[in-house]
Design a protein around this ligand. Structure first.
Ligand code: BDR
Ligand code: CA
Length: 304
């Protein structure tokens, strides 16, 4: 049995990734830790707790950091909706976090699981960066760290240079990437290539017709509206589900390469940009090719 901790800023694609993991009987989800990103951390907490309830699970959910290491928090309600889950009227209030703090829990779980904990990070890397600063001994004990973030070759989604998660807390991203941890980065390029949902794909998911398939597509209401207004079509990209699918089944990856990856921290216009080098310590595996079919199969299966 694999042991996974999910760190998330529970927006509309994070919630779908949570469903995929919560509905997978082959893994044990040790904890869900919440970080500020798409929405303030308290809202992310409510969204994760709602999703856990919807999946009829009792997975513990812990509150984490409310702001990036060195910068003011920049959220993305314009995309995910005011409540982060598409503003479709879900009851996203009043649920309670498990007692404890996300950073303490990350450290505790690493020791408890003796080199067997894997982390899937779906938001800004603030919680993880603080955890490894506080106790660097955990770095070599984390078995795998799958990160949704960055953009290796193409343009970003929040600026022409940067992807949202790395842009929100670039200092945290730099700490995690330079830590020496075993990292697989599932970036915005891979998302654009393999995790797009056009109207035909969305229709095929709606056909599954279960509460989970309905939830996963209904909460894309706001992203779809945003895309339609800005680009004239409703094709959305679901970044976090691709990262989760690769964590759950690494055989989706058909080609990957290790690079030395740094984060641009000095130039505000290029804030959070990935600087790739084929020389130097290769700290990050980047996905070059993946199977869209396998991704969609895993995605759809998790909604039944
Ligand atoms: C990432 O940023 C957020 O908007 C999504 O939840 C995803 O984690 C995509 O850039
Ligand atoms: Ca996210």
């Amino acid at each position: 049995m694999r042991h996974i901790l999910i760190d998330t800023d529970t927006g509309s694609d994070d919630a779908v990734a949570l469903v995929m993991a919560l509905n997978n009987s082959k893994i044990s989800i040790e904890a869900i830790t919440i970080v500020a990103g798409n929405i303030p951390v308290e809202q992310g907490l409510q969204n994760a707790l709602y999703t856990v309830d919807l999946c009829n699970k009792k997975t513990p959910v812990y509150l984490g950091e409310g702001k990036p290491l060195k910068r003011p928090l920049r959220t993305s309600e314009f995309f995910h909706g005011q409540d982060g889950l598409g503003d479709i009227g879900l009851d996203l209030k009043g649920r309670k976090a498990t007692e404890g703090n996300a950073i303490d829990i990350i450290i505790e779980k690493v020791y408890q699981l003796g080199n067997n904990l894997e982390i899937v990070a779906l938001g800004p890397l603030t919680n993880l960066a603080i955890a490894i600063k506080r106790d660097p001994r955990i770095i070599s004990k984390i078995k795998n760290c799958f990160i949704m973030g960055g953009t290796a070759f193409g343009p970003g989604n929040i600026t022409p240079f940067s992807e949202f998660n790395f842009w929100v807390d670039p200092e945290a991203a730099e700490i995690v990437l330079q830590s020496g941890m075993k990292i697989t980065m599932i970036d915005w390029d891979a998302t654009k290539k393999y995790a797009w949902f056009d109207s035909k794909t969305i229709k095929s998911i709606n056909k599954i017709n279960t509460p989970l398939s309905k939830f996963s597509m209904d909460i894309q209401n706001n992203p779809k509206k945003y895309k339609k207004k800005k680009y004239g079509n409703e094709t959305i990209e679901l970044a976090d589900p691709l990262a989760m699918a690769i964590a759950l089944d690494p055989s989706i990856v058909m080609e990957s390469k290790k690079y030395n990856v740094k984060i641009n921290l000095s130039n505000e216009e290029h804030r959070g940009e990935n600087i790739l080098n084929e020389k130097g310590k290769k700290n990050t595996t980047i996905i070059l090719k993946a199977s869209r079919k396998k991704f969609l199969d895993i995605f759809k299966k998790s909604l039944t």
